[in-house]
Design a protein around this ligand. Structure first.
Ligand code: WTA
Length: 630
């Protein structure tokens, strides 16, 4: 525990929370990890199964391309499943699932293991081997977990594309990863409607000709087009003799790729963040154990989508590595009524609930009565991720949902970090809106323009100074970009892209992105993606997108558009452009507002000055505009 009086609004953990926590003394753990960083991670790695033990914990000979547990042989899927089925966990529920329409199912560790083996055999029979890329595009259903684990099991690299993305986003990701296999569901239920995932995939596949096999999971049951020779039903394949239960797990090197996940960066196209079997496994396993304080009897619910890093790390891998029981819900949090989540907590007796601030704000809006109707006493721990949580939402969550007895783990991390980086543990005193301190042994800092640490309370660039096991290994197809994007601004330290400040107690407060990434409802989007979707419309000559603070979504997108000659400004065209973005990128990328312009503010070298547009929108001083062209 952190001793002494802390400044500001502080919530100290109760005796009960501390006495039940896996870690009771954060300072001691932090000291141990700081004194012997490699030893700390090595001890954690020892809790997992290795076919062959590593030679070196951390290899920094080619930094910033750090390597972890080099020489070690393992497989993360083996650690998620095989290791549990000869223990008391064999019959334990690995997954509990509820569909938006009320369908539900459960799967024991034994069954998830068997289903994964079967599907792994199907993938192998289609010629998928170690190192091949497989794109997965599905809603929140158990088959997405099976698909990811089956890939990992045979050493294929999965590339999950969020089901809320649309045609061009999917196409771009299939093309860049050169996936020969696509696993998709016919549709997904969202807000009582069906998102036609297979139709969207068909259109994307017309633009990308490399996919040889499309495996279709039946979820929504509407009629879909099945191309003969290319498309096959998952349930039919799973009934073939080839889909037997015997599957030999691929022995992977620690540093062999596990998955790529596309995420938006500062410029240009989304980049494929690559994570590996060894370090990612150790990092996610350990952080889940300490931060969520996971117990064998817990029912844990991460309400994110598997298509984002939060889902990869803390729906799929970390809970299974810890032998936990995970709950997954398919649909919208307010469907059919704003009590859906609270109904689920009560019905399934959820103990740990991990969610995004945007959902909390959205539910808070409906008042306390919806939550008060339900018995939420099973909850013992809450978590928040994706964007800064405003203190008002924090307090609501703490009082109304957690009944002042559930600590809130505000976890700051990124697709690139793979695991929690700035985060409390249950024994740590909390301040609403702060993720507290870096995970034991990890050193963060806040730097000014020159790379010097800022003073207490001042805003600056958030950087990380220590490598960590689950760190991004490379950008698939573009390793140089890893160096440029993260390790060049301040040599030798990892640039997060966020701004932050640190208070007198050493607590970190995240302010937001300092680059061209916009967080909309916690979803990460790049201005470049929105702009190139706009420019792909025949009426648009040039476009700029910015994020503007929004009460519910955190940020909303505003776009500025210069039309081509011969196109007239109209409300109808604005609606058409919004639909176009929805169709190309996905509904989450639809701008709240589109404004027609004659010119866009640019530097003399032709770069759009989004900061000037933003200042104008917010009625603020645009700052230094000496480089403005006109
Ligand atoms: C933001 C999501 C404040 C931040 C796991 C980061 C947060 C970006 C928090 C990464 C938090 C994430 N408090 N901001 N607890 N968690 N962020 O890659 O701007 O989708 O850089 O990973 O989300 O987004 P990503």
């Amino acid at each position: 525990m952190i001793d002494g009086k802390l400044s500001g609004e502080v919530y100290y953990p109760s005796e009960e929370v501390i006495s039940n926590a896996n870690i009771k003394d954060w300072d001691a753990l932090n000291k141990a990890a700081t004194d012997d960083y490699e030893g700390f991670w090595s001890n954690e790695a020892d809790n997992l199964h290795w076919f062959l033990k590593w030679d070196k914990v951390l290899d920094d000979s080619e930094k910033p391309f750090y390597k972890w547990f080099t020489g070690g042989k393992t497989n993360i899927a083996h650690n998620c499943l095989d290791v549990h089925i000869n223990t008391h966990r064999k019959n334990k529920l690995a997954l509990i699932w509820e569909g938006e329409n009320g369908d539900h199912s459960t799967m024991s560790y034994f069954r998830l293991y068997k289903e994964t083996c079967k599907f792994a055999n199907i993938l192998r029979s289609l010629g998928v081997t170690k190192g091949d890329r497989v794109t997965i595009y599905m809603g929140r259903i158990p088959e997405i977990v099976i698909a990811m684990l089956a890939c990992a099991r045979i050493g294929a690299i999965h590339s999950v594309v969020y089901g809320g993305f649309s045609v061009e986003s999917l196409h771009e990701r299939i093309e860049d990863s050169q996936s020969k296999v696509l696993i998709v569901s016919d549709g997904a239920y969202q807000r009582g409607k069906i998102i036609p995932l297979k139709n969207i995939a068909d259109e994307a596949l017309q633009r990308a000709g490399i996919v040889e096999h499309v495996l279709v999971v039946k979820r929504t049951g509407q009629e879909v087009y099945m191309e003969s020779g290319r498309d096959m039903w998952y349930h039919e394949l799973m009934n073939l003799p080839i889909a037997n239960y015997n599957n030999k797990c691929e022995v992977m090197d620690s540093e062999d790729p596990l998955f790529i996940l596309y995420t938006s960066g500062t410029t240009g196209k989304p980049k494929a963040i690559l994570h590996t079997h060894g370090g990612y496994m150790v990092g996610t396993y350990t952080t889940m154990k300490y931060v969520f304080d996971i117990k064998d009897s817990d029912r844990y619910w991460c309400a994110a989508d598997p298509g984002w890093i939060t889902g990869h790390s803390y729906i799929v891998y970390a809970p299974l590595l810890n032998g936990a029981t995970s709950f997954m819900y398919e649909g919208a949090h307010t469907y059919p009524y704003p009590n859906r989540w609270w109904q689920i907590v009560e019905k399934y007796g959820i103990n740990i609930l991990y969610m995004a601030p945007t959902a909390i704000r959205g539910l808070m809006r409906f008042g306390d009565a919806w939550a008060n109707r339900h018995d939420l006493s099973s909850l013992r721990l809450l978590g928040s991720v994706g964007e800064p949580i405003n203190p008002e939402a924090w307090r609501w969550l703490y009082k109304v949902i957690g009944r002042e007895k559930c600590p809130i783990m505000d976890t700051w991390w990124q697709t690139e970090t793979g695991m929690f980086i700035i985060t409390p543990m249950p024994c740590v005193p909390l301040k609403p809106g702060s993720g507290t301190k870096p995970f034991p042994g990890i050193e963060a800092d806040i730097l000014d323009e020159e790379g010097k640490p800022v003073k207490t309370g001042e805003e600056g660039y958030l950087v990380l100074k220590t490598p960590w096991p689950a760190m991004v290994r490379t950008i698939y197809n573009d390793p140089q970009r890893l160096v440029e994007q993260y390790w060049s601004r301040f040599p030798g330290v990892y640039m997060t892209g966020d701004s932050a400040r640190r208070d007198e107690d050493g607590y970190y407060w995240i302010i937001g992105r300092v680059d061209d990434v916009i967080k909309v409802s916690g979803y990460r989007l790049g201005t470049a993606e929105i702009e190139s979707a706009l420019v792909s419309h025949p009426a648009v000559a040039e476009a700029a997108a910015i994020g503007i603070p929004h009460e519910l979504k955190g940020n909303a997108i505003h776009a500025f558009v210069i039309l081509r000659q011969g196109f007239a400004r109209s409300e109808k065209l604005i609606e058409e452009l919004k639909l176009h973005i929805g169709h190309e990128v996905g509904p989450i990328a639809k701008p709240e507002k589109i404004e027609f312009m004659d010119t866009l503010p640019k530097t003399r070298s032709g770069k759009i000055m989004r900061r000037v547009l933003k200042a104008k929108e917010l009625g603020l001083d645009p700052g230094n505009i000496s480089t403005l062209e006109e």
